[in-house]
Design a protein. Structure first.
Length: 144
């Protein structure tokens, strides 16, 4: 796989009280939602809407996710959720994400392996880069 862009796309999220567990930490599943929100926000910024993917007969699939928790995240704290696509050869790509507090403190890391599924054939497309390039109005945001 090639290296990720030096300055990944990011979105700001403020942790809400109902997203916390009994210890006052943001719940594990919520981190996944923040990561997913950042991935879709990046695609939208690059000019790709969910409807565009469906119209092209493809849909993103998550094949693997690894999360590493580094610091607590509590209700009311703002976190920047970074997101960068890392492209290689073949049917899959990687998405690397960091969640950081405003002061730069690393809260969590989320690494995912994904692909684009041909919705008719129910198989991964051979070159997801080409599909994203074709659909994006700003493919550079996606590292393409």
């Amino acid at each position: 796989m090639t290296s990720a862009p030096l300055e990944p796309f990011s979105v700001s999220v403020t942790a809400r009280g109902y997203e916390t567990d009994s210890q006052g930490h943001v719940n594990t599943a919520v981190y996944m939602q923040y990561a997913e929100h950042a991935r879709w926000s990046l695609c939208q910024a690059a000019g790709i809407e969910q409807a565009d993917l469906l119209a092209a007969g493809v849909g993103p699939v998550n094949l693997e996710t690894t999360m590493r928790f580094r610091r607590e995240l509590r209700a009311g704290q703002e976190v920047l959720v970074g997101c960068a696509f890392v492209w290689g050869e073949g049917k899959t790509f990687k998405v690397v994400q960091e969640l950081r507090l405003a002061d730069g403190t690393l809260v969590a890391e989320v690494d995912s392996v994904g692909g684009l599924m041909d919705l008719k054939e129910r198989r991964l497309v051979p070159d997801p880069r080409e599909s994203f390039r074709t659909l994006a109005s700003d493919a550079a945001l996606l590292g393409l």
